[in-house]
Structures are given as structure tokens and as C-alpha cells.
Design a protein around this ligand. Sequence first.
Ligand code: HEC
Ligand code: HEC
Length: 445
Amino acid sequence: MTAMRSWFVRGTTALVAAGVALGALLSASSRTAKAQTSVATRSYADQLIQEGRQAFRYDTFGDESFWGGQLRLHQAIAGVANGGVGPGVSPEVAFAVGLKVDLDALPPSLVLLIKQNKVNLKDPATTIALLKLNAVVGVRGFFDPGSGRITSMGIQCALCHSTVDNALTTGIGHRLDGWPNRDLNVGAIVALAPNLSPFTTLLGASDAAVRAVLRSWGPGKFDAELILDGKAFRPDGKSAATLLPAAFGLAGVNLHTYTGWGGVPHWNAFVANLEMHGSGNFYDPRLADATKFPIAAANGFDDVRVNADRITPKLPALHFYQLSIPAPPPPAGSFDAAAAAQGKRLFNGPAGCARCHVPPIFTEPGWNMHTAAEIGIDDFQAKRSPDERYRTTPLKGLWTHQKGGFYHDGRFPTLRAVVDHYATVFGLTLSPTERAQLVEYLKSL
Ligand code: HEC
Ligand code: HEC
């Protein structure tokens, strides 16, 4: 008994001592672990931002096999004089369809020549030279190392979701990642392609019909659902294309795209595979619905498998980078601050805007979707998506994309028109002054 008790006592003491020692050890090691974690987390975050920016700006995900390889778009850009077809695309023409040039990719000698008006902007050879410098935002040329001739081209996320600050001249400046390029006429550019048979086959339409659809989009628009449902026009006969949205200020936002297709990684995989025609895997069984998405279902877009997946490895960094792009603050003097303060009061109070546009994310924390009836518009575009609803648009940085209008299809030409619409739909009694104050607040976000 005694022996056992004394063993027990000794044992307990030893255990307690060991426990204290272990505790000290644990807390020391958890301090080091914490320090290591924060260093590791920080360097992982930095690495993701770097890689994500690189992918967003420069990665084609192998889509040159489509834009160059199949559509032969590079030949139309080069023109006969440079080994292609047709008149070619001069910088003047490129600027007219909204393409932008990255000032930071130009050598100082060329910047000087541009300033002195000594660069021929009417010659497609200049466009080819810019492509060789990797200076055309969102477009990459591929060249034969021997002859220097352009052999293919691919597109990047930055084509639609970046613009430049026009620091040198209109169309040439520093990159603004995440800003929708509302000058860009995607349809007009694609319609230059010598071969549109991938689209005519997919859509079961003639070459002339496909070109007419592409030309109907206009600047700042693209129709991401066309290759799923084949609906090129709304019931009222207008183009079914939607505005290019912002890809900044997205942190904390649950569902993305105008109709809430999914999170950022879902849509990034969707776009890189199905729209850009990069080489990757993609899975979304909702696209197997042959009634809603006849073209997607017939072509197996719900389950795309390849051997060389160049997209999935990029998704973590691409996702992280987009979430890290802040919405740009409005320039000083671009709105009336006193009126905006009154507008903010209305937005959060009597006008009921913050019910859906919850600050500071300006969309709902949660399932940020609404029926067409709730916001008083038609349901054509909503019906082209899995949940048949419209997603509450996050409003930060609205001032950067006033060109092209508001709502998914730009149906409201001004912010005032948006406010007037809500006043009617929600039966708000807002004086003209109050409406103007709400507009000033929207411009201040
Ligand atoms: C040809 C133009 C084009 C290209 C290239 C493009 N996008 Fe988009 N993007 C759009 C359009 C149009 C929408 C809106 C689609 C919709 O609502 O149906 C969109 C929507 C988005 C959204 C949702 C934003 C939001 O919250 O509403 C994200 C994020 C996005 N794109 C990221 C990317 C990334 C990353 C790439 C490259 C892998 C890319 N896009 C390539 C045109 C483009
Ligand atoms: C019931 C939820 C709801 C309420 C309330 C609401 N909105 Fe919206 N808002 C939406 C949805 C959904 C959209 C997307 C519509 C579309 O793209 O077709 C939107 C779009 C917008 C847009 C267009 C953004 C863009 O980039 O095109 C603005 C501006 C806007 N709302 C401002 C307001 C203001 C101001 C109020 C208050 C008067 C308000 N909203 C009240 C849900 C709401």
C-alpha cells in the first residue's frame, strides 16, 4: 500500500513536473510556430499575388491553338504585307476597337518616337512590332524565331478586364488591372478572323450569321452564354451580350457574374476553358441541362478533360490575385462630397438600397441573388443561368465604368436613370435633389 501510494505520489509529482515542462515547451514552440506561420503565410500570399498577376496579365492557357491555330486571327492582324491576309490591323484600327498598349513594355527610345509623332500608326507592321514587345494588353503574339513572322496569337484575362491610364496618349499608358475595358469591341475583333468555322459548327449558323451576331455586341460587351444556349438576341431583338464587369473589389463577395454562376474560381475555370479555349479540366454538371443549355450539353461542356491541364494549377493564384485588387478610390473632385453625405444617409435609410447593397461589400453577405421581379426588370438574362436570378452587383469603383451604362446589359445609360428606376419600382418618394444626392454617393464609392 505504502509503496504504491509513494509511487503514486512520486509518479504524480513527476507527471506534474513533466506537464509543466511540456507546457513550457509547448508554449515556446507555439510561439515559434506562430512566428513561422505568419512568415510562411505572408510569403505564400506574396507568391500568390505575384503568380496571379502574371497569369491574369500574360497567361494564354494554351488558347493560341484556338485564336491563332483555328480562327487564324493573327493573319488578319498581320495583313498581306506581313504574311497574313487582308489589309491588316494598324495601331489606329486597333485603338478604334479599344485595344490598349502597355507603356511599361515599351523601350524609352520608342516612347520618345511616339511623343515626336514619328511612329507610323497606320501601318500593321507597327502592330506586329508592338506584339513582339508584348505590349498589347491581353493579346500575345507567337513568332517564328527565324523569319520573325507572326505564327499564332492567344488572348489573356487582361484583354477584357484591364485597361490603361492613358499616361502617354489615349490608349497607351500604365496597366489598370481589374478595370473593365468598356472601349473594347470584342465582337468586332473576333469578326476579323478569316475562319469562324468553330463557331458556325457549334452554333449551327452560317458564317454571315455568326459575323452579324459578333458585330451586334458593340463596345464593352461580350456574350458568355452564347456558346451555351445559342441565344444571340433578346426577345426585343437587341443583342444578348452583357457589359464587361469589374474584376476588382471582389473580396467578401459570394457569387459572381451578373447572374451568380459561382465563386471566382468557378468562373475563372469556366472562362479559361470554355470562352478563351485554353487547355484545362472543367466540371459543372449544370451545363448538362439540354433544355436550358442545348449547345453546352451537346458538346460536353459540363465535363471537360484534357491530359495537359494548363488552367487548374493557375486557379489558386488567379483567385487570390483578383481578391487582392482593391476597388480604386474616386479621384478628388469627381463628386460633390456634401451631396454624397446626404446620399449615403438615403442609401442606408429611406431609399432602402443597403438592404441588398450591404456596406462595405455592397452586395449581400450570404446568397446575393434576386429574382428579376424583385428589381423590376425582365428575366431574359437571369433565365440563361442555373439559378435564374440576378446577383446584387458590388458597387465599389462604379466611377471607373460609367461608360456603357448600368445593369448587366447597360440598359440604364446613367446612374440617375438607375435611381429613377428604383424610385418607380420601390415606390420611393425621392425629390430631384435627393436623387441627385444618391447619384453623388454612388460616384463616391
Ligand atoms: C472576352 C472577354 C473576357 C475575357 C477574356 C475574360 N472575361 Fe471575365 N468576364 C467577362 C464577362 C462578359 C463577364 C460577365 C459574364 C456574365 O455575367 O455572364 C465576366 C465575368 C468575370 C468575373 C465575375 C466578376 C463579377 O463579380 O461579376 C470574373 C471574376 C472574371 N470575369 C475573371 C476573369 C478571368 C480571371 C479571366 C481569365 C481567365 C477572364 N475573366 C477572361 C469577359 C471576359
Ligand atoms: C432587392 C435588392 C436590391 C435593392 C433594394 C437595390 N438593388 Fe441595386 N442592384 C441589385 C441587383 C440584383 C443588381 C444587378 C442588376 C443587373 O445587373 O441587371 C443591382 C444593380 C445596381 C446598380 C448597377 C451596378 C452596375 O455596375 O451596373 C446600381 C448603381 C445600383 N444597383 C444601385 C442601387 C441603389 C442606389 C439602390 C437604392 C435606391 C439599390 N441599388 C437598391 C439589387 C438591389
